[in-house]
Design a protein around this ligand. Structure first.
Ligand code: KIV
Ligand code: ZN
Length: 519
């Protein structure tokens, strides 16, 4: 890369983001997100961790085959088997990349049982092996920030000599501060022979809420690849949020004169899709993509914005693709109006999808007078959550509740066969979930049950998220309805469907950071 002001965006929503407990995505969802990232101008998409499961391998291969512009990377630990499997998956891409990593800090060397010299040999062997397969090799020093500085220089030099073209310096546990993040990159660029021939990447976790600041500080010091995820999705407190670093670089060009290749108008749609398919809603006050990010509630703010929008706004909603006017639709709105509105919201639908959504829209309009943008977004979530091909489908539900006790009567279609149950419970939701279990016995544990009102008013739709865990596998289901109890049952059934698909695919999820590193 010759243009020193160009910062590459490496998106790892489908790998580090998906590693977040409960953020499972289906094969089709991963492919859809990857295509959106590709269209948005992401330079490198980390599509998954091919050796982790058959499903991951297939997703990475499919994304590699379908990608048009982005480099497609797969993750592999520092052993030949991982690297070979990764290559098998990414080799179909027009521009493939092998990403291999090993933990270099004293704590990680303890886990892998390699002393400093043995680890150098391992890095030399594995990076050279990867480079023999692929011209584009990224090497990461996991837990780089807590690695002794002189040893960090040695491992980076070793990886460069072995053929790595990108060197990633991760803050794996989100421990660093901006000053230190910059200082480490500057030190490596100054001290390591060959540093000027490769690209340094920054990969920050958000445990102290500083992932964005740390990534930007690394760029100021010379890093030219930022690793990030949509909505900051990722393990624990997540990763650097793509939308934050990209918009910071756009808004503060005066202090940070760097460019990315991102079409920022695609940000909002991607954010919504990732929230929907991962089951991780975006917090209302999240920077850039939160529901309140452009909302001015106080009188002084509203007055100022009306007189001159720049008084309280440093960027325009349209910059991130918010074009909707939030004019309500209703039962007289037709198919064409619905299609155009959904297009504004970033959803492009084939005719058969539109027909399906239109039926749901009409059903909602019969129950709710005014349908706002958020209602439509929730409707799209719901149609994505329950399809005719699902193993379990909700047919009907009747609930009795009140001071005389609660009971649920439910009929499900189980693999095409109608089955029903009538079960008492401690509250209507408890009765419903027990009814589901009476029809479809399961050992899955309920880890999270969350209800959000989509809009205001007593006729508002509720979106419900249900997270389940079984034998180490965690999945999330979500659904929307004006009937909160029905939405709860649909979300629960959606999560059970996901769990079923997941358990058919693999043994419990491979844990990237705990599996052994044997060559
Ligand atoms: O956080 C981390 O260190 C990682 C590596 C695998 C790059 O995700
Ligand atoms: Zn990470």
């Amino acid at each position: 890369m010759t243009d020193k002001s160009r910062v590459l965006i490496f998106d790892t929503t489908l790998r580090d983001g998906e590693q977040s407990p409960g953020a499972t995505m289906t094969h089709e969802e991963k492919l859809e997100i990857a295509m959106l990232l590709d269209e948005m101008g992401v330079d490198i998409i980390e599509a998954g961790f091919p050796i982790a499961s058959e499903g991951d391998f297939e997703a990475v291969s499919a994304i590699a085959k379908a990608s048009k512009n982005s480099v497609i990377a797969g993750l592999s630990r520092a052993n030949y088997k991982d690297i070979d499997r990764c290559w098998e998956a990414v080799k179909h891409a027009a521009r493939p990349r092998i990403h291999t990593f090993i933990g270099t800090s004293p704590l990680h060397r303890g886990i892998t049982n390699l002393d400093q010299e043995e680890m150098l040999t391992r890095i030399q062997d594995t990076v050279a092996h990867a480079r023999n397969l692929c011209d584009n090799v990224q090497w990461s020093a996991m837990d780089a920030i807590r690695t002794e500085r002189d040893y960090l220089c040695r491992v980076v030099e070793c990886a460069i000599k072995a053929g790595a073209t990108t060197i990633n310096i991760p803050d794996t546990v989100g421990y660093t501060l901006p000053s230190e993040s910059a200082e480490i990159i500057a030190m490596l660029m100054e001290k390591v022979p060959g540093a000027d021939e490769i690209i340094f990447a920054t990969h920050c976790h958000n445990d102290l809420g500083m992932a964005t600041a740390n990534a930007l500080a690394a760029v100021s010091a010379g890093a030219r690849q930022i690793e990030c995820t949509i909505n900051g999705l990722g393990e624990r407190a997540g990763n650097t949020a793509l939308e934050e670093v990209v918009m910071a670089l756009k808004v503060r060009k005066d202090l940070m004169p760097y460019q990315t290749g991102i079409d920022t108008t695609k940000i909002m749609h991607l954010s919504r899709r990732v929230a929907q398919v991962s089951g991780f809603p975006v917090q209302f006050n999240k920077a850039i993509v939160g529901k309140n990010a452009f909302l001015h509630e106080s009188g002084i703010h509203q007055d100022g914005v009306l007189k001159n929008v720049e008084t309280f706004e440093i960027m325009k909603p349209a910059d991130i693709g918010i074009t909707e006017t939030n004019i309500a639709m209703g039962k007289h709105s037709g198919r064409a109006a619905l299609r155009s509105k959904l297009n504004d919201l970033g959803f492009e639908l084939a005719d058969n999808q539109l027909n399906d959504v239109f039926v749901r829209f009409k059903a909602l309009a019969d129950r709710k007078k005014e349908i706002y943008d958020d209602d439509l977004i929730a409707l799209m979530t719901d149609s994505a959550a329950n399809t005719d091909s699902d193993y379990l489908q909700v047919q009907w539900l009747r609930v009795t509740c009140g001071s005389d006790g609660q009971e649920a009567e439910l009929q499900l279609l189980v693999n095409g066969v109608e089955k029903s149950a009538r079960v008492p419970g401690d509250g209507p939701v408890d009765a419903c979930f027990k009814a589901v279990k009476a029809i479809y016995p399961t050992d899955a544990h309920l880890k999270l049950y969350q209800v959000h009102a989509v809009t205001e008013g007593t006729d508002a739709q509720a979106t419900v998220s249900v997270r389940l865990e079984e034998a180490g596998r965690i999945v999330t289901g979500s659904a929307a309805d004006t009937d909160t109890i029905l939405a709860s049952v649909k979300a629960y059934v959606g999560a059970l469907n996901r769990l079923r698909v997941r358990s058919q695919k693999t043994a419990p999820d491979a844990d990237v950071k705990s599996v052994s590193y044997k060559l």
